[in-house]
Design a protein around this ligand. Structure first.
Ligand SMILES: [Zn+2]
Ligand SMILES: [Zn+2]
Length: 175
């Protein structure tokens, strides 16, 4: 996952984001939330947010990979074939990862990106043929950076400014 922030830090997005290694204690906390099989993915999302905030994280985002048969996904009815994410986070889950761009797509949802395809037909809705927010992004269809259309780029810019506490005029929010 080091690669995605490196890519997003490049122009034209220039997002100031990084990756942190989690402590053993945090990993245990996350594991205990994810392993409780008796709740919906939505409830897990809320519990995870609380657990991570207790660990001192302010705006936690977390992408996990697991088999489709994991108890976490037992109650999750979806026609998504590779993963799902709660926009705004903290949780994204990928269960079929033939390609890194699938994980990146879900992580970008966490950062605020919307889909660039029609739910019904999976037809792409943006102007950039290699946009990563298309249906089932792969190395062949996405390829090299930049792989964000203007809409997604603007949306991420706005969301990241809010998450990083930076106002659109570039000044740090006072709090
Ligand atoms: Zn998506
Ligand atoms: Zn797009």
């Amino acid at each position: 996952m080091e690669e995605l922030p490196t890519v997003l830090r490049q122009q034209p997005l220039g997002a100031e984001i990084g990756v942190e290694r989690l402590s053993d204690q945090t990993m245990r906390q996350i594991g205990s939330v994810l392993d409780k099989a008796d709740r919906s993915l939505c409830e897990v999302n809320v519990d995870l947010c609380k657990a991570l905030c207790r660990q001192g994280f302010k705006e936690p985002l977390l992408a996990v990979g697991c088999p489709r048969t994991h108890p976490l996904l037992r109650t999750h009815a979806t026609d998504g074939i590779w993963g799902t994410a709660f926009q705004g986070g903290p949780l994204a889950v990928c269960w079929q990862v033939p390609d890194k761009f699938i994980v990146w797509h879900e992580v970008l949802h966490l950062l605020g990106a919307d889909e660039c395809y029609k739910e019904s037909t999976h037809e792409q809705t943006c102007e950039r043929p290699n946009c990563i927010m298309q249906y089932v992004p792969t190395s062949a269809s996405v390829g090299e950076w930049p792989f964000l259309c203007l809409t997604v780029m603007e949306r991420l810019r706005r969301c990241l400014q809010i998450q990083l506490g930076v106002r659109p005029d570039g000044q740090q929010r006072s709090r």
